[in-house]
Write a protein that binds this ligand. Sequence first.
Ligand code: IVH
Length: 675
Amino acid sequence: MDMHSARQRVKQLRAEINRHRYQYHVLDRQEISDAALDSLKHELQQLEERYPELITPDSPTQRVGGKPLDDFKKVHHEHPMLSLNDVFAAGEVIAWETRISKLLPDARQLDYFAELKMDGLALSLVYRGGVLYRAATRGDGRIGEDVTQNVRTIEAVPLQLQLDGLSPTLRKQALDEVEIRGEVYMTKRTFDALNREQEKRGEELFANPRNIAAGSIRQLDPTITASRRLSFMAYDLPTDLGQQTHADTHALLVQLGFRAGDHNQVCKTLDEVETYHTMIGKKRSGFNYWSDGIVVTVNDIATFKKLGVVGKAPRGSIAYKYPAEQATTVVEDIQVQVGRTGVLTPVAHLRPVQVAGTTVSRATLHNIDEINRLDVRIGDTVVIQKAGDIIPDVVQVLANMRAGSEKKFVMPNKCPVCGSSVARREGEVAYYCTNSSCYALQHEQLRHFVSKKAFDIDGLGPKILEQLSAADLVKLPVDLFDLTEADLEPLERFAEQSAHNLVDAIHKAKKVSLARFIYALGIRHVGEETARSLAETFHTIDRVMVASLEDFQRIPDVGGVVGESLYSYFQNKKNMQLIAGLQKRGVIIERAVAQKSVGALQGKKLVITGTLASLSREEAAERIRQAGGKVQSAVSAKTDYLVVGENPGSKREQAMKHRVPILSEMDFLNLLKKA
Ligand code: IVH
């Protein structure tokens, strides 16, 4: 290729690569695969190597270039970088409106612009001649640090502004100098992937995405920043390009080539602001980034400016935040709980603290490995976290706050409930109580047996069950079916009617499906799904009871560990006696009806996202249908699997939210093979 055609080709390649950058990072769309885009970049790189005179600093190949620095240069911000005042309640928003209205001579109804508050760190970007000239951190608001080299590696930051859509006058202005502000952040997906990589390498996991985002921007070596795959969301344009409102600002930011908020809304009243705040509050856990609140700004820029600044914050904006889902507290004790399968779980007993609107006094520590990893000691000050309705977790120890009197936790060698010895099975992190008639274990098993997804016995909640155990009426599930009204009536709070109702409910529950029955047994590693697969495979409990280890392991979804657990359960005489005892007392286990076809995905609902390497979407869908499954377009709580290819969209988030198992292409193909 001669110089002239190379120049042409380079120009086309850059335009196309930039267009895809915009599609991907601003519009969240993907027209071509990563591999295809890489191939375009590769061709550009080769041409630039051959004709170095064609290289320009804004070429997409020039993102990672500079050498590691010794230190960051200081940068003076022409317009100070302010911060926002936080509010947490609707009343405080109203008080804010009242306050600012008083400062405005013509007090008419104000319009507001509501947008997401991104949980990252603020950046100022200066473009000269339409090309990224300097990127700086906030610092103290007046003086920040020059992090241009690092910011160049962020693909969501255009190296060159998109000026095509502007009028000739604005374009001329924009070519002079433009400053853009926004937030650097890390997506949840990237954070998870990065932590998986850390884990594989046996390195320490990152605790929180904001800290890594901040740490990555302040790296002296830009290749490290590049490897952290950061994102950027723009929210302000201090340069005057004719914008009258904050909504205009956002429209301009998008036009210039930035992502500028996905959920922005102009609100005419504070009621609308409140509705927006509630709506985002519900949706935000499904976003692919962390947002800790909304920012509400007086939409009219002239009014916003008139309101001025107080302290370091503009009067015309507030951050309306969501209650923190993390809090710090003290570990007062670590105690061990015995679960249904005999597992000993260490639980932190905490000085009660408010997190996301509820009081938390316990947090699970999972197992001894987790305690060692965090190095939690009794007396430590810790950070706890609550995500949705999940049990709170201890995420971090503030070791600097130790007084020296903290005590290390040691796993007891005797069960705290029955005093039997405790053991660890090979290859497992958990400790177990070795006594199969341990009170705690039996009680937890009973709770499981009567629970919703098992026998579903109405009116037999944890309190009543506790009462029945305390009165020595019920120890094992079989005992439930021996209960009479006469047994119950003498008990406290048991009137004649309630005794009758409970006995009646137990009687009604005697007819049970095979899947529920298997689930109710509480076999280790056997959840609802596996119980269903077993029922579909064996149809009757008699066949399940005589199945060999190989029979179990042949069932899709049943791996080595689950198969062994099943086999050993049905080898145990006591368990056989339990099943016989239940049947003797009139429990009827309904035969599972045979399915017409026995594909590996029989009756399963699957969703596909992203690009698969070995087959097209349509081919994959066809294979699912052949295996007896259904293909859905959207993920819901009812979806059985999400198949994830390259560049999955928001469906992956949805799947995580609904706890839908995620299959890689390899997992998916293996599952099909089991047909
Ligand atoms: S406007 C006047 N909009 O929150 C200050 N800030 O506490 C301009 N932030 O330092 C901020 N998302 O880093 C604004 N949509 C958003 C934001 C946002 C995150 C950060 C920003 C700022 C801090 C203020």
